[in-house]
Design a protein around this ligand. Structure first.
Ligand code: 5GP
Length: 515
């Protein structure tokens, strides 16, 4: 560039500007710069494409030659043979993968050649083999699909997985390597729902843009429904005849109005048949509720919002009551429990609205009919029950309501109004139970005196079995699992959970965001 320019300038009448410019151009640094420019400008950095084949027939005028440079990352596309035409077509483009990012390959494109090798007589597996072997640039000859893909509106939907999934164990997945493994409770971002059977998703917050395949809700529901003849039915009878007291040494003995033992199931009560509580038939395990995914959104409690209802569940004897009691007495202004209803007569030392709300049998029955109870039972010819209104009245006092119920009632509480946060109190291993509950007692209210007896080996085993059953049947509803091994540690974990709940952001079902 410089010699040519200098030549031209010199041929002109030398004005002072031209002289100045010539002087500038002759400086060595400028000369060097221009010489670099000339070298770079002459070089061709485009890939050398193979010449356009000249044997293309008339019908093939829409053929597209694509050249992708492949690194170690998979291409992020799957292929299949079209059932009708027999052609090899692109079945799926994984969102965020190499093919997707190139923007050059689309679902439905017909693949004609890979690196000059015709593929129409090859099986998809053979083509995949060719692709896997190719390093560096790969040339595809394709016939673009007529139908363009829908504009990308995905990536806005989040779901909570309610089951564990491992693509390696899934015989139905079209491509195991393209699958996305996840655990119950994981939050997934849906990247594509174009396919009715296989959605594309990634783990929420995952920096890697590449999506993986997951079974669609509908498909997974169908598979679960077929797999589920051995569905466990929730026992109809519940009772509070025996419930856990304290770990010895932790019992402060202080009395709290309205604080009572929970109505959870124990082994003996299941065996004996007298004075049982009967729960509503509708509370049985509902085979139509097949837990697959639930659409979620972020929720953060605003200062004026009511507190979320905290539901505690766990097997009898696990120490749930002790944890609840400790929390309650830590701040009685902040935490509250519900006052149950009963039809039994008030005892002399009791006051209406403190220990119980005393109501008539007739009213109780009407309330049952009107679905006013979360749970209820019958004991010695009297009804006892916890109403939805009793929860509301704790929340209305701007308190955090602590409720412990059988896990099958949780699904009725999962509403916009209560936004329940469910904490499962889980027993530790059998060895740790023996160790930590050596001096503890379990209360049996069989004789109405609440006699406390040391835990037996059978109690421990029953507790673990019951916890296991609860987790497998209702684990998808648990927001937090706390293992009650050492009581002080479990309590501090519980307290931290409560503190976080009031200030931090949580994923909740989308329906809880709008009434
Ligand atoms: P009491 O009449 O001695 O106060 O209580 C009798 C039984 O009823 C106790 O074992 C108590 O735990 C149980 N009970 C108290 N409130 C409720 C309730 O809301 N629901 C159920 N199912 N049982 C309750």
């Amino acid at each position: 560039m410089f010699p040519k320019l200098a030549e031209e300038l010199q041929s002109k009448p030398l004005s002072s500007e031209i002289r100045e410019l010539l002087k500038l151009l002759s400086k060595p640094n400028l000369k060097a710069l221009l010489s670099v420019h000339d070298t770079v400008a002459q070089k061709n950095y485009d890939p050398v494409l193979p010449p356009m084949p000249d044997d293309i027939d008339e019908e093939e005028d829409s053929v597209k030659i694509i050249r992708l440079v492949k690194n170690r990352e998979p291409l992020g596309a799957t292929i299949k043979r079209d059932e009708h035409t027999g052609a090899i077509v692109v079945a799926r483009i994984m969102r965020g993968g190499a093919a997707d990012r190139s923007g050059l390959i689309h679902v439905g494109d017909e693949l004609r050649e890979v690196n000059g090798i015709p593929v129409d007589d090859k099986k998809p597996e053979e083509i995949i083999h060719i692709l896997a072997q190719s390093q560096g640039a790969i040339t595809f000859k394709i016939i673009p699909s007529v139908k363009e893909e829908m504009p990308v509106k995905e990536g806005k939907m989040f779901i909570r997985a309610l089951f564990d999934y491992d693509p390696n164990e899934d015989k139905a997945i079209p491509c195991k390597e393209a699958g996305l493994a996840f655990r119950k409770g994981d939050i997934l971002q849906i990247m594509s729902q174009d396919d009715a059977t296989w959605w594309q998703a990634k783990h929420e917050g995952d920096a890697n843009p590449r999506a993986g395949l997951i079974p669609s809700k509908h498909f997974q529901e169908r598979r679960f429904a077929l797999r589920r003849p051995e569905v466990q039915i929730q026992p109809l009878k519940i009772s509070n005849r025996k419930s856990y007291a304290e770990c010895a040494g932790h019992n402060s003995g202080s009395y709290l109005a309205g604080f009572r033992r929970s109505f959870r199931l124990s082994r003996k009560d299941k065996k004996t048949n007298k004075s049982m509580y009967e729960c509503k038939k509708s509370d049985q395990y509902d085979t139509a509720d097949i837990p697959t995914y639930e659409e979620v959104a972020k929720y953060r409690r605003q200062p004026n919002d009511k507190y979320r209802l905290v539901v505690l569940v766990g097997p009898v004897g696990v120490g749930l009551n002790e944890l609840k009691r400790k929390l309650l007495i830590s701040d009685t202004q902040h935490y509250g429990v519900t006052v149950p209803h009963t039809t039994r007569p008030r005892r002399s030392q009791e006051s209406d609205g403190v220990e119980y709300m005393f109501i008539s049998k007739h009213l109780f029955e009407t309330d049952v009919q009107n679905n006013k109870f979360i749970e209820y039972g019958e004991y010695k010819n009297n009804y006892y029950g916890t109403s939805l209104d009793s929860v509301r009245s704790v929340l209305a006092k701007n308190k955090v309501c602590l409720l412990d119920v059988q896990p099958h009632t949780v699904k009725h509480l999962r509403t916009y109004e209560f936004k329940p946060f469910v904490i499962f109190i889980k027993p530790p291993s059998l060895d740790r139970l023996r160790e930590t509950r050596k001096n503890a007692k379990i209360i049996s209210s069989k004789d109405d005196k609440g006699t406390a007896k040391p835990f037996t080996e059978e109690d421990f085993q029953e507790m673990i079995k019951s916890a296991h059953l609860m987790e497998s049947q209702y684990g998808h509803l648990f927001d937090k699992v706390i293992v009650n091994d050492d009581l002080a540690t479990a309590y501090s974990e519980l307290k931290t959970t409560f503190d976080r709940l009031e200030t931090e952001t949580f994923w909740v079902p989308v329906s809880w965001l709008h009434s």
